[in-house]
Design a protein around this ligand. Structure first.
Ligand SMILES: [Zn+2]
Length: 153
């Protein structure tokens, strides 16, 4: 299944909340369900994106909402993909964990579990680390400059 319905939101700093209807969501397999619905955590250094550096964007596995950009990805050596920013602030919600200590991050469209967000660790100047399960997201290669050139022609 392909998701190409909200390309205009790349780096939309506004608060536009993207709504992707449930009919377009992906049917999750048991491994995906374990993390995305049941809020499990994939084992570190096992996901497909912790050691992955291609240019593009990461969309929500379940609903296809655009969440993270490779521009904001960094290696925190923790075994999960890490980002210090989101594409659109309205696309990722923060929720205090049941343990009252950590802050969970979920997709604001489908409420799927992404991982946790930490701050004050000093990894990057933004001082924020979205620690995301690879299985919660899907990479889409995108060469922005070329795409822009095509649009202008
Ligand atoms: Zn989602």
């Amino acid at each position: 299944m392909e998701f190409h319905i909200n390309k205009d939101t790349i780096k939309d700093e506004g608060k536009t909340k993207i709504v992707i209807p449930k009919e377009m969501w992906k049917v999750l397999n048991p491994d995906e369900k374990f993390v995305i619905i049941d809020k499990g955590t994939e084992r570190p250094f096992t996901g497909k994106y912790y050691d992955f550096e291609e240019e593009g964007i990461y969309v929500c596995k379940q609903c296809g909402a655009e969440l993270y950009s490779s521009e904001d990805k960094f290696d925190a050596m923790c075994g999960w993909p890490s980002f210090d920013d989101v594409i659109n602030k309205a696309s990722v919600e923060r929720v205090l964990d049941k343990d009252g200590v950590r802050t969970e991050i979920i997709c604001s469209n489908c409420k799927g579990h992404l991982g946790h967000v930490f701050s004050g660790e000093g990894f990057t100047p933004k001082n924020t680390r979205h620690c995301v399960n690879s299985i919660s997201i899907e990479f889409e290669p995108r060469k922005k400059k070329e795409e822009k050139a095509t649009l202008e022609n």
